[in-house]
Ligand binder design. Structure first.
Ligand code: GSH
Length: 222
């Protein structure tokens, strides 16, 4: 039996969380190694395991992969969560990249001073409501299907749900004006692998707290 993929990152969401979501949605078990100290990070660098000196690092299929989007794209292809042809795949990539941009804003806000952090998170909610969610609502309305692309469950659906839940943590009423996204959220949350990932005790990580921010700062010497 092939070894389980192994994920090297901090004990928090950051750039690794979408990778966890994708693996969990695909029903793939994975192991995690959490970076807690500068020494662990320097050892990975010294051993030449971080292509550009950065995490996330994912060990899978005899490879050591870095660069979040490349890793997600590989996993989407491997677990049949991409499109049936290049045109569907590029749409899935566009949608997934949009939600990654939105979620990265949330991840980076945690590292800002308190006043700026509140401002940044308010901007995330605003952008979700005005830039991202209207696009996805329209896509669902226009084709009337259950999933974003090709009437088939894909990486784009997984990430849109991840983004919706993340923004709802900031503003519980954010889906008020997006009835189809509300239905989408319920539908995708009920896919058995995702339902399991949403249960307490799964490998899903909580929103960043002060301890997480401190560990990342210490390890990366920010
Ligand atoms: N483009 C990379 C960026 C990775 C990145 O910035 N990782 C941070 C941790 S979340 C890091 O390792 N920073 C250390 C550094 O850049 O020196 C990706 O998407 O994976």
């Amino acid at each position: 039996m092939a070894a389980k993929p192994k994920l090297w990152y901090f004990h928090g969401r950051g750039r690794m969380e979408s990778i966890r979501w994708l693996l969990a949605a695909a029903g793939v078990e994975f192991e995690e190694e959490f970076l807690e100290t500068r020494e662990q990070y320097e050892k990975l660098q010294k051993d030449g395991r971080l292509l550009f000196g950065q995490v996330p690092l994912v060990e899978i299929d005899g490879m050591e992969l870095t660069q979040t989007r490349a890793i997600l794209s590989y996993l989407a292809a491997k677990y049949n969560l991409h499109g049936k042809d290049p045109k569907e795949t590029v749409r899935i990539d566009m949608y997934a990249d949009g939600t990654l941009d939105l979620m990265l804003m949330v991840a980076l806000a945690a590292f800002k001073p308190l006043e700026e952090k509140e401002e940044s998170l308010a901007l995330v909610v605003k952008k979700a409501k005005t830039r991202y969610f209207p696009v996805f609502e329209k896509i669902l309305k226009d084709h009337g299907e259950d999933f974003l692309v090709g009437n088939k469950f894909s990486w784009a659906d997984i990430q849109l749900l991840e983004a919706i839940l993340m923004v709802e943590e900031l503003d519980a009423s954010v889906l008020c004006d997006f009835p189809l996204l509300k239905e989408f959220k319920t539908r995708i949350s009920n896919i058995p692998t995702i339902k399991k990932f949403l249960q307490p005790g799964s490998q899903r990580k909580p929103p960043p707290d002060n301890h997480y921010v401190e560990v990342v700062r210490n390890v990366l010497q920010l």
